[in-house]
Design a protein around this ligand. Sequence first.
Ligand code: SF4
Ligand code: SF4
Length: 422
Amino acid sequence: MTKDTTKHPCFNKETAGSCGRVHLPVAPKCNIQCNYCNRKYDCVNESRPGVTSGILKPYQAAEYMDKVLAKEPRITVAGIAGPGDPFANPAEVLETMRLLNEKHPHLLFCLSSNGMGILPYLDDIAALGVSHVTITMSAVDPVIGAKIYAWVKDGNVVYRGEQGAKILLERQLAAIKGLKERGVTVKVNSIIIPGINDEHIVEVAQVAAELGADIQNMIPIKPTADTPFAGIPEPGKETVLPLRREAGVFIEQMTHCKRCRADAVGLLGDDQSASLCGTLRACSKLKPLDVEMARPYVAVATREGMLVNQHLGEAKSFQIWGEADGAFRLVEDRQAPKSGCGPQRWTDLATTLKDCRAVLVAAVGETPQMLLEEHGVKTHVVNGFIEDGLRAVYHGGDLASLKGRRGGIGGACCTGTGTSCG
Ligand code: SF4
Ligand code: SF4
């Protein structure tokens, strides 16, 4: 699926008023220690990276994403920005991206990393369709880097001082280059730390530009209690604006950053993390089974109750099937929303099927499929017996092989029925 990369509110100021982003806090560990960071969880009034109301496992993040999209359909970007570093938690991050790719392929995926552990995963990032990556790089001289980072960890070995800063810098430079070689849009975040790197940060811009980075975001340090830099005051406009002007000669500057939390959600100017923090906490307690239990049924588009043989758009009602003790049972016939109301019809159908994990149809258009899947209802094109489709959904069979089979009236390829199925 081709993604519209202009719909990223952080990278495209014009869309910031109409497109939003959600951060999925699936990465608790970090592989370096910055002298300005204290990853204290659970302070919803605090807006800065490293802070979140909860940690999600990948399957919880996928469920949370469904709920966020149901509440705020203007979300176009799913990002992972901590509260630690994505590549100190690569398995969780890649699994989350894989699940989102399956359920919400139209979303843009964005990752924000310190660059330390990203190199082995550059090909995965590209293959999973991650379009935007931020690398936070605040120094390109290990002498200055050594003042910013208390330590960096490579595998089980911890490096301190200039040695640590040098390793980190080498990884960051290689990461920017490797990401650009793979066609990923790259932002470089640089923290302005007065007295530490403020006279050096334009050099960071120059190096980032030489490596092909697309944009730089200079972020004033926010003093955080119980950190070595707690006493450094936050630099004001009089410091930040001239630095951006100078650095802007080399690389485009970002000016509308809101310094998001690790669980930020909503439009940049209309953050909803406070109103969704209960949802996030609830999702963080879900057990794998809970996710399936929340959607115990499968909806079926059928004329006579034996074959899957109706297009999504022509079904006036759906059979709702469940499974108990290994046997499938028909629970009820459920009315579909009225046809002919545009995309709203599919959002209404998603609500009608909110206890169903999937709907089996003989054909489906791209729009309804996308809208239903955004709301957590998978659509499967099946030609043949209902029972075969149910078995594949409940017991993990090969649904693709049921797609092209004969048995129903509809085909996998929708030829249009005049019933507005998208
Ligand atoms: Fe904190 Fe991020 Fe630095 Fe890790 S990389 S110590 S999470 S600011
Ligand atoms: Fe991506 Fe950073 Fe924007 Fe989050 S705040 S969506 S990680 S660019």
